[in-house]
Design a protein. Structure first.
Ligand SMILES: [Zn+2]
Length: 283
């Protein structure tokens, strides 16, 4: 976390609204917009994103073709319901499967990735163009019609800096597509400490639908679409049917419906926002 975001001040609201402890003191939550930030233990070293990150700790299937291609296809269909094939940059592209899907659908797609191991995998195994480094550093050299960042914003040092970089990269009228864990999900409330989105060593930020929309608006974007999805959304139908007895009861409890998406209560928070064209609104 940066020095300009002290513990106790919300990135959206500053000190204007107080914050409170949540998740047993692991997270502070703004009482106004609901944004959360992890209370860092100053004795721990910052998270590293190399081979270990993508091969352990729940990310061990990051380089498996079938689940990653299914997930990439889902994300591309969601994005393509609004955008047309054009120039796309993905920040934090991991193994490169979304870039592969986008390229196959006619997009000119390149990625930026901080993990050297993931960059090597994407370029050598999938043959997609990926630059190794931080999006915030490389973005000023790029122009794109679409910027995507799936499960990235909760990892960055400063989400405002990241979003300003995305806005600078985008052409007027360009699209920003984000997905992050939803700390306002029913599962986060139900599971508490055991909520898989918590990951205090890797996630300094925790978003709710309200706080993410507010942050995007404050950084110059128009939010066009916002919803949430349950984890089952990224599981192939055959898998969902085979494991229905294990998977369905929790989702039914959480979103009170067999549907895979919900306006606010699902596990994964998704937003498509737009950089306005000068002098007019695109909504
Ligand atoms: Zn706030």
């Amino acid at each position: 976390m940066n020095a300009d975001t002290p513990v106790g001040a919300c990135l959206n609201c500053g000190h204007a609204h107080p914050s409170r402890d949540d998740f047993g003191g692991l997270v502070r939550r703004c009482t106004s917009c609901g944004l959360g930030w992890t209370v860092r233990d100053p004795t721990t070293t910052p998270a590293r994103y190399d081979l270990d990150y993508f091969t352990g700790g729940g990310y061990d299937d990051y380089f498996r073709d079938a689940p990653r291609r299914f997930e990439a296809g889902r994300r591309l269909r969601w994005l393509s319901s609004i955008t047309r094939p054009s120039v796309l940059v993905e920040a934090g592209c991991a193994g490169g499967y979304f870039l592969e899907a986008a390229r196959n659908a006619g997009y000119t797609a390149t990625g930026i990735e901080v993990s050297h191991a993931a960059t090597t995998y994407a370029t050598q195994h999938l043959g997609v163009p990926v630059r190794h480094g931080y999006f915030e550093h490389i973005a000023p050299t790029l122009h794109a019609d679409i910027v995507c960042a799936f499960h990235v914003l909760e990892h960055v040092d400063n989400p405002r800096t990241f979003l300003h970089a995305a806005r600078h990269t985008l052409t007027p009228g360009g699209w920003l597509a984000l997905e992050v864990p939803n700390i306002a999900s029913a599962a986060a409330t139900r599971l508490g400490h055991h909520w898989p989105g918590l990951q205090p060593e890797y996630h300094p930020w925790h978003f709710t639908p309200t706080s993410l929309v507010r942050l995007l608006t404050a950084t110059g974007f128009e939010v066009v679409r916002q919803d949430t999805a349950v984890f089952r959304y990224y599981m192939p139908l055959r898998y969902r049917i085979r494991h229905a007895r294990r998977l369905l009861p929790a989702d039914w409890l959480d979103v009170r419906s067999p549907r895979l998406t919900h306006r606010r209560r699902g596990d994964l928070l998704r937003v498509i926002a737009r950089k306005p064209r000068p002098g007019r609104s695109d909504r």
